[in-house]
Design a protein around this ligand. Sequence first.
Ligand code: HPA
Length: 276
Amino acid sequence: MDNSRMERIRSAAQSVAERLDGREPLVGIVLGSGLGDLADRIKDPVVIPYNTIPGFPISTAVGHKGNFIVGQLAGKCVIAMQGRFHYYEGYSMELLALPIRVMKLLGIQYLFVSNAAGAANPDFRIRDMVIIKDHINNLPNPLIGPNLEEFGTRFPDLTCAYDQELREKALAIGKKLKMDLKTGVYFASSGPTYETPAEVRFFRTVGADMLGMSTVPEVIVARHCGLRVFGVSVITNVANVDNEQQTYNDADDVVAQAGMITDKMCKLFTELIKQL
Ligand code: HPA
């Protein structure tokens, strides 16, 4: 069984590698809802649609395209996922792990993740950029099942899931570029419903700053295989805490708000990649 799981990952990686003309990506980048524009800034790009890779599903989420883009950013070779897979789309956790493992086999050492998120922290505002310092996982763990020893240990440690050095460097860049970056804990639920106000109050109590439906599965898989992770949430809406407010959450607005600060996020990622 493990052989067929490994075979699927290897054949997908090989199919991508064959199209890279010797390019060796150092950084994998997962672009969240409304943040796909970063892919347009990658120089000399090779575009690899997911539906041309054996074993890959097709991304269906709003605000997401479905390509790997490989090229140069800040003088380094990167591979960006323009569009990610979500559990709420009906994909298995095994499938969510696949692109991360494929990028690992292609040689990346770092994984940069981004997402659109709702603010549970009352100090956060729409279009704030928040560096993820930790997470709370309320989704199934993608490592459940026989361990793939080739990638990592059965019981991975997550004390510093979000690399401390990268977080500190990012904060320094933010200061220099006057970006007013915040730091917070990302809470992942399955979605696709947004949280009820009662859930928002509950998640706040247990330490959630940002609420979202992604990122954590990818980060767990990345840490399992030893990648250094950096993550950013873009606040697209402030989560409702009572049942009276008429400020409903709206997916199109989430994408639009994220799109408005793509530029800032691109700058931060680019500066940080420059320093790797
Ligand atoms: N909740 C969950 N996921 C989200 C939200 C939210 O408020 N905003 C963007 N993604």
